[in-house]
Write a protein that binds this ligand. Sequence first.
Ligand SMILES: [Zn+2]
Length: 267
Amino acid sequence: MRWNEMTSPEFEVAVKKSEGVCLLPLGVLEKHGDHLPLGIDYMKAWDFADMASKLEPAVVFPPFFVGFVTAAAFEPGAFALKGKLVLEVLEATCTEIARNGFNKIILVNAHGGNVVLLQTFLKMQLESRRDYMIYQCLHHFGPRTIKAKEKLHKETGGTSGHGGAYETAVGLFLYPEMVKMDKILPREIGGENPRLMNILGGDILTPMDWYAKHPVHLSGYGGKSTCEYGKEVCEMIAEDIGETIRKVKSDDLSLALMKEFFDKSGK
Ligand SMILES: [Zn+2]
């Protein structure tokens, strides 16, 4: 049930049918090797949410391509707004989703760089009283997805990080006409450059870690990925998210705890 494709009366019915659950797909615009489209993260997030909502009813918000992607800002095509602004837009978006009758919003994120920002966003929910709950799917979505990715890596010799085996396979299934397999970069380019690690070791973080390791913003290799593997991974992601929707529907506790929390904290 895509929010943007329904009429207003249909939307009212969908809110009830979804039991107040809305999926918010998140991604970014950034380089994904020389072979995948810039928007693959938000595009696939939308598809994952869509496929899951067919297994367990939920309304799917249009994809959020405003993400946290400063690390890719040096590559052409990156849309890298400041993190502070991303958080503000996200907060306003969730408030609007809730105003439309949803009290449970599930963040379906498909961009690795968003993970930490979304954890921060969850913590920020406790800054002021609200009557809706934000849920964040973990980046691996669930056990079925992990298994399907393991199979892909084992059988193709691929690796996944950013623009690697998983994203290539999923791209081949969802957007075959946009994936340029003849442009895929050699395996060694998606490896890790140890230049900064050699100086600082593994126990110190800096803002340059990603750029130091991945000078062309690529991590992993998907030269042997196929549409069939992509189909399997997408179906498992949909099932994992479907399971998440079911669990979220059965959860009455987190909202009650939030009310109790704000009552105690005097906000
Ligand atoms: Zn990606």
